[in-house]
Design a protein around this ligand. Sequence first.
Ligand SMILES: [Ca+2]
Ligand SMILES: [Ca+2]
Ligand SMILES: [Ca+2]
Length: 338
Amino acid sequence: MKSSSWCPRSAQNNETLSAAQRGRDSSGMDARIGINAEEGVVIEINVESDSYFADFVEQWDSTEEPARSLLRAENWMPTAIIAQLNEDALSDIAYINQGADGLGQLNFHFQDAENGFNSEPDWIGSIDTRGDMQLVDIDNDKLLDLLRVTGEGNERSAYFYRNQNGSFDLEQPNQVMRFSGYDVRLNVIPLEQGSAPLLNVSYYTIPVVDAIRNASINRSQLLFGSDDVGENQFFNRRPDSRLDESFSAANVRGLSEQMSLQYDIDGDGRKDAIFVTENGTLAAKKINEDLTIQSQPFWEYISPKTVFEFQVLQLNQDSKPDLLLRHGTTTTFLVGAP
Ligand SMILES: [Ca+2]
Ligand SMILES: [Ca+2]
Ligand SMILES: [Ca+2]
């Protein structure tokens, strides 16, 4: 494990390392893209371990949050959550169980200043529990709305429901969007504090012609704003911007983690697009006012080892973002310096 500091305030490279020191070939990584009839595109990434016993035993300090959690809390919906569901300042409870009709049931218990919570739910709604569900504030009114994503194969449908002071019309989504691609992910992101959230949709596709000649895979980022929405809808029908990147065996490192628009890397109050480059470094691009992602990164961190995964964390008490970079067998912490 390595710990160093970096300056999030200005665009910079890690100048203590020359590009030649990146260790392109010493990362012990081998990647291969193949295509077969049964599995489609297969990406094999082998990471060589320094020792067969590396990470075999891990000691956890029970008084501290584990740095490497088995579940990332932001990626799953727990059985019951505490959330702002109606128009008062008190937190409420939401959970899903099986209703009397045998179908899924969404339950809300509203908090009352005098009596706390009722044992019976204050609002229930019958809901199809297939697919992924998320309670997230989509329209920036502080009340959590519902996003449900379902589908099979490479077809995905996203259903958006608006929270109306503690209830949803689950029969009638406010907006439905459909996407074709693999590993379709939807993220609702306020680019700046208090600004209207945008929708970031990312997925992979396989170009048919290229796939035969030269195995490759495309990664797309769509950004939907909300300045031209239809009545009662959340997001524009057409994406405001689209970024398509092509990957083959030569630049497969860039595929190891999706681009993230969740973090403000330079502390200017506006989220940036962070991604792993094809050289296995970490870089960030600005997101313009028109929601296009700039073509050139304004920041790149050249690590001595290939980066496979990253997280932006608050490791200390200052409000500057800290970075956790995962390599093949090691982890680097970068603590933001003023
Ligand atoms: Ca409430
Ligand atoms: Ca809302
Ligand atoms: Ca920024």
